[in-house]
Design a protein around this ligand. Structure first.
Ligand SMILES: C[S@@+](CC[C@H](N)C(=O)[O-])C[C@H]1O[C@@H](n2cnc3c(N)ncnc32)[C@H](O)[C@@H]1O
Length: 383
């Protein structure tokens, strides 16, 4: 496997079982003695406390990033004293930080017969936590440092005012192009399972993929969704629409993935400039959650104009399908994503019912909804 160029194809050929670790509890609820009566309060307090301390995780991971700990560990296992020297930090404090990373299963700790333990990072963690890897989270970390910490701290203000402009209208999300330069590189890891689910959806719908097809990727970011589709379907070509600072990132990544001859990114404002016509697949990934209900409908109206006769609109986003209970993983994630959009200046996680109404008024109709780990894919065609 080429470091930094992991693709769904690589996942298919690698039969190593997936690691079982997910986020592990930090509170041992089994040891809470009484669940009834007054015990319920204590139980609830433990549960809320565990939520409140979830900010420890970005705290230690981002401190290690800031200090250069991950870069140091990429050259081999080190003791905390060695890391303290290399990162210009205090020895005791570095040991505390490293044990925090160990508690979160970010690093391994190798005990020594004599002397201090060694801290080691796996290959996968290098890929995730150093810049440059296709699925690196460094962009997400930078985005958190630039914007997210501050935004979440002030969520109550956003709830008081909502995301309204001076005329009182709801506004589009306010993340700047500068913030997107970090963010789009830090969310590539979402793409492989989404593209896999999409390919499964094409098969189920018997939507032909072995013919030449034109893909338009609206607000393509790094362009990874289109680029993975181009790798899967050699007869396809894709165009991404992007802002000036992001387009070069998409161009470079298309080269890296060997699809530059079929992937074109155009610097175009998708509100004011042409989308062309007769596209077989319109791809919107993480675009609808930035919208207001009005702008979402405008995107669908434009989609209707740009879509070929048997074409599909693919919306991969955080949408709530079960308004009543909303307790599936995807619905719960979507509801919290809506809070994140509120904190960062606009957007929402819209209901499937909303999409259905908007599709109908644009002359489109839903043909499928597919689940992915954190998103859902809504596929639509002409009504
Ligand atoms: C949340 S990112 C999603 C990127 C990509 N689709 C993904 O999921 O990885 C939104 C992208 O839309 C782009 N964008 C926002 N408004 C745009 C506009 N009016 N015209 C072109 N691109 C725009 C941003 O620059 C940003 O890269």
């Amino acid at each position: 496997m080429t470091p930094g160029v992991t693709t769904p194809a690589d996942f298919e050929t690698d039969d190593t079982p997936a690691p079982e670790l997910n986020i592990r509890p930090l509170v041992d609820n089994a040891l809470l003695p009484d669940w009834r009566g007054a015990g319920k309060v204590v139980h609830s307090a433990h549960r809320i406390y565990e939520h409140l301390i979830s900010l420890w995780a970005p705290g230690v991971i981002e401190a290690a990033h800031d200090l250069g700990v991950f870069a140091e560990l990429s050259t081999g296992p080190k003791t905390s004293d060695q890391l303290a020297t290399a990162c210009d930090a205090e020895q005791r404090a570095m040991r505390v930080l490293m044990d925090g990373l160990y508690a979160y299963d970010i690093v391994d700790r190798i005990p020594a017969d004599a002397g201090p333990a060694l801290y080691r990072m796996s290959e996968e963690m290098h890929e995730c936590l150093l810049p440059g890897g296709l699925f690196s989270l460094v962009g997400k970390i930078e985005y958190d440092r630039q914007l997210a910490w501050h935004s979440w701290r002030n969520l109550a203000d956003a709830v008081r005012r909502d995301n309204r402009d001076e005329t009182g209208s709801l506004q589009l999300n306010q993340i700047t192009e500068h913030n997107y330069e970090s963010l789009v590189r830090g969310i590539n890891f979402w793409a492989p399972p989404i593209v896999e689910a999409l390919r499964g959806g094409f098969e189920t719908l018997e939507w032909p993929t072995d013919r030449p097809a034109s893909v338009l990727d609206i607000g393509c970011g790094t362009g990874l969704y289109s680029q993975l589709l181009l790798r899967a379907f050699p007869g396809w070509r894709a165009t991404g629409l992007e802002a000036p600072n992001i387009a070069p990132i998409a161009r470079a990544q298309a080269e890296r993935l060997g699809v530059a001859d079929r992937f074109d990114v155009q610097v175009r404002d998708f509100w004011t400039e042409s989308w062309g016509s007769d596209h077989d697949l319109l791809v919107f990934v993480n675009i609808f959650h930035l919208q207001t209900p009005e702008s979402a409908q405008e995107l669908l109206r434009r989609s209707k104009e740009a879509l070929s006769k048997d074409g599909l609109v693919c919306i991969a986003d955080h949408l709530v399908t079960d308004e009543k209970d909303a307790k599936s993983i995807q619905d719960r994630f979507a509801m919290l994503f809506a809070a994140s959009m509120l904190a960062t200046g606009g957007g929402d996680a819209f209901l499937l019912d909303d999409y259905d109404r908007w599709l109908a008024s644009a002359g489109l109709r839903r043909v499928a909804v597919l689940d992915t780990p954190m998103h859902r894919i809504l596929l639509a065609g002409h009504a």
